[in-house]
Design a protein around this ligand. Sequence first.
Ligand code: GLA
Ligand code: ZN
Length: 671
Amino acid sequence: MSFFKNMLFGGDYNPEQWPEEVWVEDMRILNLAKINSATINVFSWAQLQPDEMTYDFSTLDKIVTMLTEHNYQIVLATSTAALPAWMSRRYPDVNRTDFEGRPHKFGHRHNACPNSPTFRKYSKKLAGKLAERYGGLENVVCWHISNEYGGECYCENCAKEFQVWLKKKYHTIEALNRAWNMTFWGHTLSSWEDVVVPNALGDAIGQEKTAFAGISIDYRRFMSDSLLRNFTDEKRAIRFYDPETPITTNLMGTYKGLDYFKWAKEMDIVSWDNYPSYDTPVSMTAMCHDLMRGLKDGQSFMLMEQTPSQQNWQPYNSLKRPGQMKNMSYQAVAHGADTVQFFQLRRSVGACEKFHGAVIEHVGHEHTRVFRETAELGRELEKLGDKLLDAMTPAKVGIIFDWANYWALEYTSGPTIELRYVEQIHHYYQELFARNIDVDMISLNSSFEKYDLVIAPCLYMINQEQVQKIDAYVTKGGKFVTTMMSGLVDETDNVHLGGYPGPLKETLGIWVEEFDALPPEKSYQVVFQNGTTCDCRMLCDIIHPDTADVLATYGKGEFYQDTPVITTHQRGEGKAYYVGTMLSREGMREFFDIVLNDMAIPAYSLPEGVEWKTRVKKDQTYHFLLNHTNETIAVTLPVEGVDLLTDQSLTGTVELAPFAVKIITPEAKKG
Ligand code: GLA
Ligand code: ZN
């Protein structure tokens, strides 16, 4: 059951930054766009608590009353994402210490030390007071705790809490030394107090690398947990007064710092902020949506923020082209969004976001391109009502995304600096996207049984239990694909001895003896069994196909020419594939032609730039057809039916205008 009665259409709204006569005008203008929701109180701590002893809700009361009178569904934030100045000055423990070891003063936002006792005390208190006052209101439909949690702190409080966290995990200092392999460089610690935070003053090598990945990975786990504890602090304070309104915080796609799968367990509904730049591939945006849907096992999510048109913080802040904002909104819906929300409703007058797009622009009236497009979308969403809420994605393919692997793979020193986790995952996602195959992004803890195919690119860090789970899945008939840089290390980054890919050797039926890193200017050749060739780059594994069959070998030129690069292994009822390099796009096409060959996974061949996605609710299927390009494209429909947005019956070949969207319902046609 959905948390909302219809699609929320609105976004961040900051009337406290404006005189009250502007609010009246806001209500008039936003109504013209069928805006039905506002996210408020995101950055108002200084106003709500002007000093340590005083709380003042008078402005927020007025805002809530006004929005309620206008029937808004309110997403109420807790304001704890930016510290009030008095708190920073009076209680320096609330300020973060950065990677360079510099204790910060007042400034910026997302700036509280997660382990500051003062911050924890006052953030809980504020959340509780807000819940007590507004939690029972019918128009408050969602809680939005803090904002875009992220960043790290390396202060003394964090160092102490890290020691506590480690003690809980490892129990003895000997176990810790073993886990982090501390005999290396004579790093052996003799007490918990010897543990220091892995920043520039400790074991870090620049921002990206580290001398001891074990420490750095654990610090990431610890920071993710620390910030999550801030979230649950506030959540508990809210729940004391408000037992049921759904609670979220806005996530950021593939943001590295937080283990979102762990976070999602504490969230009632996932929400996220989608800010692709002008050159972000649509497949990357699609993957992020799928990841956000995957965090709660397929449950619909909120598109908490997107810009109606322009950005300000990217290097080149291009306008969204006419129709593009609508297209992107529907892309989110196609992938599982139950809301379409903007940052922000009115463009701010000063500070760093004054050139960030908004529904109401600086000109102050509704006669703008951006507003007209917003209003058009508003009318359409109003017509959709609750139809799509909670619809599911019928995916048969799962791609594993794992934050510990993300951290570990990118900390590792060697074999090549080009290894980027998200890029590797996207490389595989992209090929399925091109075939219009529905994909779930899943975790290592997800159940694999409902998938015909599970893909785990660069599954670098893995434990025995996870290996057993994968092996059982394959043995029972599942298909599994993994790649170079898999099966190499345990949970604290120590190598699984006995040959690569460690405990995955048996499932894959291979032994990887060495891996060669190709310099950036070099590519090499892969030759498939049928003679097709393609390029590969980055890494070349040297593979012994013990019990596996060879699907492709390296071309001529290197000392490992003619040896296997892609293998397949029949294991029980299933098959496990290994790709020992980074294939070109052509190579990926060839490889997936082989993998998908004997599988019944729905796929649709459509022109480049056109996307086809499906959501299913009870007996009703909704097919989204999206033209992501600024060109008119003719498409032969994979499925015919009625377009929900125009009520037109669509058959045969249709012309899609630039950025056009159709939502096709096949059954509606018969009735
Ligand atoms: C983030 C924040 C917002 C705003 C936007 C601007 O998503 O949550 O407060 O700063 O970026 O794009
Ligand atoms: Zn700290």
